[in-house]
Design a protein around this ligand. Structure first.
Ligand SMILES: [Zn+2]
Length: 528
């Protein structure tokens, strides 16, 4: 392109941007630097909170813009852009050099106040999820009576926790072996006040009754398809809201059934998880069938929450057992639960072989290709970590899920969209959640650095960064080896997780986690 023409184009584009800037999102220069005496207090409710001078990741996959100011009033985003005249905030966050994105919607978690019958403070899990940027969590299976209390306490801001949605199995509490019982159970769950239903491993006729009744009751549904009669094809035909994990997707693509050995026992966790890692590499997997089931899922608007991160220990157990954040942040209850024990769900690493890991690695390749194909066809992928099992720690699993989605072939902006706007769509809150949009609920993250450059910045532990002359720079910068100003440092992390306008200071949350862990370890040392 000739230089003159190029400049003309730039001018036209510039005018275009000025004319078509969407309301409330003007990327204007921010005002004077923040007044330090206005730094928010952790977990305090403010009527008016200002985030100043931020680069904004909107949430729908469009490029970042800024610097911009974000005015928060009564828990909502009141303005993105210029601070209105006379609008005086009670507290201010200076986001110079930081990125602001929507709060993460984690669509597959389990609320846990115990592991293997040993107590563990719920606050430990809640702090970690907030620290990882989750402002909404979809619980897909915990104790109903307790969970509904936690949901209420979080909604009333009486507990430091993300917003909680409950997709529960309570529908099965009175029996689930006939279609009539299933229908009664769904109506019972509706009366109790669930946000949705969670199912796993059902016969086709019962699944049919459940989905039909759930639709009549206006309830959304999430299915963990086991290796059983129903596959993703059945559930997509029936119109389930979301498919969790991967099992049933691979099964729907087989010509026939899995070629498992005669001694296979689904109640043996080694058999179950070992063979699960072979589903996508079964010799009778038919790629055309796989594409067809993905098409069907897209056609019937079925969301896929793959939970890639919960299985990664299976493809690299030594890494999973030695993560650096265990030192300060692994609660001893969780640590004990993770230890190899066939009585604990997901603790199957007894004599785990390299061959088993290699099969899992190959399984992941096909699985990731399927996820990519599904998304390219228009399918809705969301981010869920399913932590609390298999060496996955709450929140840390969530950022790893995002890293794995990048590995599956998505741009970090797309991954962030999956974690925000896509999640909002799944839970039916896309009209008020998942974007940095005026009028939306003020669920926002203030990130130390640019997560588009490195998703790992979202890790509650932080991450390694390259600093030049005391300033964090891209590690592809033109640096000269031997320059003494080059330093490896620890940085990143989210600084503030804002839920409904309430600022939670992540370093404070993590300090509290550390204390909880220290105290629990000291308690155990006493009884030894
Ligand atoms: Zn789960």
């Amino acid at each position: 392109m000739k230089t003159k023409a190029f400049f003309r184009l730039v001018i036209i584009l510039g005018i275009g941007l000025a004319l078509f800037d969407k309301p409330g999102r003007a990327s204007i220069q921010a005002g004077p630097p923040a007044q330090t005496d206005k730094v928010p207090v952790h977990a305090k409710i403010y009527k008016r909170l200002l985030i100043r001078n931020a680069m904004v990741i909107y949430g729908n996959g469009e490029p970042a813009f800024g610097p911009a100011n974000i005015c928060i009033e009564d828990g909502r985003i009141a303005r993105v852009g210029r601070v209105p005249e006379g609008w005086v905030p009670e507290a201010e966050i200076d986001a110079t050099g930081k990125y602001v994105m929507p709060g993460i919607i984690n669509t597959h978690i389990h609320l846990q106040d115990e592991r293997g019958g040993v107590s563990q403070p719920l606050q430990y899990e809640m702090n970690l999820y907030l620290a990882a940027g989750a402002t909404t969590v979809r619980d897909v299976g915990s104790e109903w009576e307790k969970a509904k209390e936690w949901r209420a306490r979080s909604a009333d801001h009486l507990m430091v926790a993300p917003r909680i949605l409950l997709y529960e199995r309570v529908w099965a509490s009175k029996g689930s072996h006939t279609a009539e019982l299933v229908r009664q159970g769904v109506r019972f769950a509706k009366q109790l006040g669930v946000d949705g239903l969670k199912m796993s491993g059902m016969d086709r006729d019962l699944a049919e009754a459940l989905i039909d009744e759930a639709k009549k009751q206006g309830l959304r549904t999430a299915v963990h398809i086991a290796v059983d009669e129903t596959t993703a094809k059945d559930w997509a035909e029936l119109g389930v809201t979301s498919i969790e994990h991967f099992y049933g997707v691979a099964d729907a693509a087989l010509d026939g059934i899995q070629n498992f050995p005669p001694e296979h026992n689904s109640n043996n966790e080694i058999h179950r998880f070992g063979r699960a890692g072979e589903l996508f590499i079964q010799p009778n997997l038919n790629r055309q069938k796989l594409s067809a089931v993905l098409d069907l899922m897209v056609k019937n608007s079925v969301t896929w929450c793959p939970t890639l991160s919960i299985y990664v220990a299976s493809r690299d157990i030594i890494r999973a057992q030695n993560l650096p954040w265990y030192k300060d942040y692994l609660h001893p209850t969780l640590e004990e639960y993770f230890r190899p024990d066939l009585q604990h769900h997901g603790s199957y690493f007894l004599g785990w072989t390299n061959t088993q890991e290699v099969r899992w690695k190959k399984d992941y390749q096909v699985w990731m290709e399927a996820i990519k194909e599904f998304a390219l066809k228009g399918g809705n992928i969301t981010v869920g970590d399913d932590a609390g099992f298999i060496y996955s720690v709450y929140g840390f699993g969530q950022v790893h899920e995002m890293e794995l989605l990048e590995e599956a072939g998505f741009h970090p902006l797309e991954v962030i969209k999956m974690a925000t706007a896509n999640g909002a769509k799944l839970i039916g809150m896309e009209d008020r959640l998942g974007r940095v949009r005026q009028g939306f609920i003020a669920d926002l993250l203030v990130v130390n650095g640019n997560p588009l450059e490195n998703l790992r910045l979202l890790n509650p532990y932080g991450t390694d960064v390259l600093a030049y002359d005391g300033k964090v720079v891209n590690n592809y910068s033109a640096l000269i080896p031997g320059d003494p100003k080059i330093k490896a440092e620890h940085g990143g992390g989210i600084e503030w997780t804002i839920k409904e306008g309430i600022p939670y200071h992540v370093p404070t949350l993590m300090k509290e986690v550390k204390v909880m862990v220290e105290e629990a370890r000291a308690e155990r040392a006493k009884t030894k």
